[in-house]
Ligand binder design. Structure first.
Ligand SMILES: Cc1ncc(COP(=O)(O)O)c(C=O)c1O
Length: 379
């Protein structure tokens, strides 16, 4: 073995370990307080039956090529038509993952000479798209509409004459807090900007029929939304909704869409069924919201935590080692709660991220909160 070849990677891994930041893959274990399977659809009968029926009638597993070549299957088109109607948008496009879709949007749509203003806590895929794109990108303080407006007016004062793009999440993945959507849309209208809204954690869970927190605005000319299919929808991939012109532009200019094998037609079937479930089974959302309220009350009473009001509840510890020790102690007690460290979250804000899904019930939640209180007292 040529050790010199791998030495710098080894050194980097040792460096991560010294800082308690080495990550490893571990098998699934314990009660689910960490997945994004919010509605419990991933293993649901309806999704698996929809996919089984598709296989039985001969739907192929693979798409066989790019959407622009032979990979454009009727299942993709049917999903996109349903998604556009469901989300109230002119057009929808199915991507292989939310990460790729965010990256693709922000590299393809904002043009040279434009400005992209990004919430500082937006998902890594948005930051990486912003970095890789042709557009000047500036960060705005988290959920601070005035900071977004300042960035726009400063850029205009400096001579910026292009179009402005604002990119945010509607429900933040590591804090569980919501974007001030109405104010952002008003700002976007006032400055004639585009607004890209990543609904990854809101889709299926919030808004009418689970259409997300930007549902009231989707379909407007200046709104582009991303609905991931790998979280509440229980599958994988992402649906981007936008005015038809922008979808057509993406089909022509978006390299990650053009130069990639299309997602499996079976996943398109699963995503389409999941959208139907959102309309047909509102009880799932009601039950999840009840559990969110229940865990909020319990955590406030037993652990002094301020409830986020969503299915994502952070418990900020600060110190990396203490966070990971607490996560390990909870896992040892049978609760799958993960510690989240920098660079995923800002320095000094390492946290336990408690995620609520229909895969646990109120008794599980009470037991988890009890264990958390014990671990807090000892760690
Ligand atoms: C806010 C947000 N956007 C996008 C993504 C990426 O989505 P996907 O997992 O489908 O690649 C994630 C997933 O972690 C996310 O949390």
């Amino acid at each position: 073995m040529n050790e010199a070849l791998l030495a710098r990677y080894d050194a980097s891994l040792r460096g991560l370990a010294r800082k308690d930041r080495l990550r490893t893959l571990a098998p699934r274990a314990g009660l689910d307080f960490s997945s994004n399977d919010y509605l419990g659809l991933a293993a649901s009968k309806r999704l698996s039956e929809a996919v089984s029926a598709a296989i039985a009638r001969g739907t192929p597993v693979g798409a066989t090529g790019s959407r622009l070549l032979r990979g454009n299957a009727p299942e993709h088109e049917a999903l996109e038509a349903d998604a556009a109607a469901f989300f109230g948008a002119e057009c929808a496009l199915f991507f292989g993952s939310g990460y790729i879709a965010n990256f693709a949007l922000l590299t393809a749509l904002p043009q040279k000479g434009d400005l992209l203003v990004l919430d500082e806590l937006a998902h890594a895929s948005m930051h990486e798209g912003a970095q890789a794109g042709r557009t000047e990108a500036r960060l705005a303080a988290h959920n601070d509409v005035d900071a977004v407006e300042d960035a726009i007016t400063r850029w205009r004062a400096e001579g910026g004459i292009g179009r402005v793009w604002i990119a945010v999440e509607s429900l933040y993945s590591m804090d569980g807090d919501r974007a001030p959507m109405e104010s952002l849309v008003a700002l976007a209208d006032r400055h004639e900007t585009f607004l890209v809204v990543d609904e990854a954690h809101a889709t299926g869970v919030w808004g009418p029929d689970g259409r997300g927190l930007a549902a009231a605005f989707e379909g407007r000319d200046n709104i582009v939304a991303l609905h991931t299919c790998g979280k509440a929808l229980g599958g994988s991939g992402a649906l981007v909704t936008a005015p038809r012109t922008l979808c057509d532009y993406l089909v022509n200019r978006c390299r990650p869409f053009i130069y990639a094998t299309a997602p499996s037609p079976l996943m398109a079937i699963a995503a389409r069924e999941a959208l139907a479930i959102l309309s047909d089974e509102p009880l799932r959302r009601v039950q999840l919201h009840e559990r969110v309220a229940f865990v909020g009350r319990q955590l406030a009473e037993r652990c002094g935590v301020t409830p986020s009001g969503s299915q994502i509840q952070p418990f900020v510890i600060g110190d990396v080692r203490r966070t990971m020790t607490m996560a390990a102690a909870l896992q040892a007690r049978g609760f799958d709660i993960r510690g989240i460290r920098p660079p995923t979250v800002p320095e000094g804000t390492s946290r336990l991220r408690i995620s609520l899904t229909l895969n646990v019930d109120e008794a599980d939640i009470s037991a988890m909160v009890e264990a958390l209180a014990e671990v807090l007292a000892t760690a």
